[in-house]
Design a binder for this molecule. Structure first.
Ligand code: HEM
Length: 422
């Protein structure tokens, strides 16, 4: 970590404080907009309240769409192997929690290839009917309940069961695995922490899913199935198959990456349509023709992952600022998705806007989200069922997770308006 000097005085617009992260997205964007318009690369103090080494003196906040793409697509300048969050995560937890998300180069590509074949458009197409059926079942249950927490009963159910079904994880593990993944995404939040130190919450979630990952690897070895996990057990890299440790880490990563993100998009996407009835009416006029664009707009609108970090591998220049080797560079995806030079009128939810390449799945480059096609298919089927079958749905204001990484929803009460009719 570099030392403080005149060329890196902290910006007058602070996006590191707990107060900043406790604001709602639109309020936060007032500050982010000032930065992305005038100083798209700004030097910021270390994230307040996080796990930080005493010598950590800050990070570069990258807030424009263009520069987020630049950082994402230049892994030779900005690497992931030294961490991906705004806090100092202990190395052992980082490796266990992030898997190949926090790897670089050849090692990253090899591990990524092992799973990416399960998530290609062709593979996802094969899953289409089962995803549709799952969406039907979830909405059947919502209608049976009449009302309840939308996050628990609806949004959570789709990604959790879809990914664990693809992997072949037995049902009895699923709730606990999703709960552990939630702790990993929400360790900063006092509700999630329930009295524990943030580092403890992260460790609990990670170790919990590592333990399930080990048991799952053993189970799969002893009784192979025809699914993604069984294929990974059979796969070989340079003549060597994956160890149980590698499989367990892979399980931790996929549980973490796939659950909370898609859940948030379903929750806040549904809310966005209910708050913009003209957009919902426009979608329903030609659902099949408009849903693909609508899903892209939901992802831009929601930005379920708000930030991602890289570390500079060498001295370089970014947006007119001198970056030194070892500096932390944090991309603010939520800001990139409101960049008015790319998205006209960015605070208007407009499903007819031509997709301009939102950065909800990352800004391109080697770490671009593996699950993007799967996530989009889940969103499409959920919106199809929700909006066609629950016309009188109402939702309360979402209770948002506190933290600087996942912009997740903790709770949001739903009422269907017709308790028993299907
Ligand atoms: C709306 C839902 C989702 C969003 C917004 C999302 C977002 C992201 C983002 C921002 C990244 C990091 C990109 C980067 O560093 O350049 C990422 C990576 C990743 N995502 Fe997703 N994701 C979603 C759903 C999923 C799903 C459903 C899965 C799989 C089950 C998944 C698996 C992964 C994996 C494995 C990586 C690491 C890729 C790598 O490092 O090579 N994601 N995702």
């Amino acid at each position: 970590m570099s030392t403080q000097s005149a060329d890196r005085e902290y910006d007058s617009v602070d996006v590191s404080s707990l107060q900043f992260w406790a604001m709602g997205p639109q309020e936060r964007d007032v500050r982010l907009a000032e930065l992305r318009r005038n100083r798209p690369v700004s030097w910021q103090p270390p994230a307040e309240g996080g796990m930080m080494a005493p010598e950590n003196d800050g990070y570069w906040a990258v807030t424009s769409h263009e520069l987020i793409k630049h950082v994402s697509t230049h892994p030779e300048l900005f690497c992931s192997g030294e961490g991906i969050q705004m806090e100092e995560i202990p190395q052992d937890i980082l490796e266990a929690a992030s898997g190949f998300l926090a790897m670089d180069g050849e090692k990253h590509m090899t591990m990524r290839k092992l799973v990416s074949t399960a998530f290609t458009p062709k593979q996802i197409k094969k899953l289409d009917e089962s995803i549709r059926e799952r969406a039907v079942g979830i909405v059947d249950r919502l209608l049976d309940l009449g009302e309840g927490d939308f996050v628990q009963n609806v949004s959570k159910q789709m990604p959790m069961n879809t990914f664990y079904e693809i992997a072949g994880l037995p049902e009895q593990y699923r709730d606990q695995a999703a709960h552990n993944a939630d702790e990993m995404a929400g360790w900063n939040d006092p509700d999630v922490a329930a009295g524990r130190e943030p580092a403890q919450v992260l460790a609990d979630g990670t170790i919990g899913n590592l333990t399930i990952g080990y048991e799952f690897a053993e189970l799969t070895r002893s009784c192979p199935r025809d699914d993604v996990w069984s294929n990974m057990i059979d796969a070989e890299i340079d003549g060597k198959s994956l160890t149980d440790e590698e499989l367990a880490t892979m399980f931790v990563l996929l549980s973490f990456a796939g659950n909370d993100t898609t859940r948030t998009s379903i929750s806040l996407g549904t809310k966005a349509f209910l708050e913009n009835p003209d957009q919902l009416a426009y979608l329903l006029e030609d659902f099949d023709g408009r849903i693909a664009n609508a899903v892209e707009e939901v992802l831009r609108w929601v930005s379920p992952i708000m930030t991602f970090r890289r570390t500079a591998t060498q001295d370089t220049e970014l947006g007119g600022r001198q970056i030194r080797k070892g500096d932390w560079v944090v991309m603010f995806y939520a800001s990139g998705n409101r960049d008015e030079t790319v998205f006209a009128d960015p605070w208007t939810f407009d499903i007819s806007r031509k997709p301009q390449g939102h950065v909800a799945f990352g800004g391109g480059g080697p770490h671009f989200c593996i699950g993007s096609f799967l996530a989009k298919s889940m969103l499409r089927h959920m919106f199809d069922q929700i909006f066609h079958r629950v016309p009188d749905l109402s939702l309360t204001e979402p209770e948002l997770l506190v933290g600087n990484f996942a912009g997740a929803v903790k709770r949001m009460h739903a009422a269907t308006g017709c308790p028993v009719a299907h």
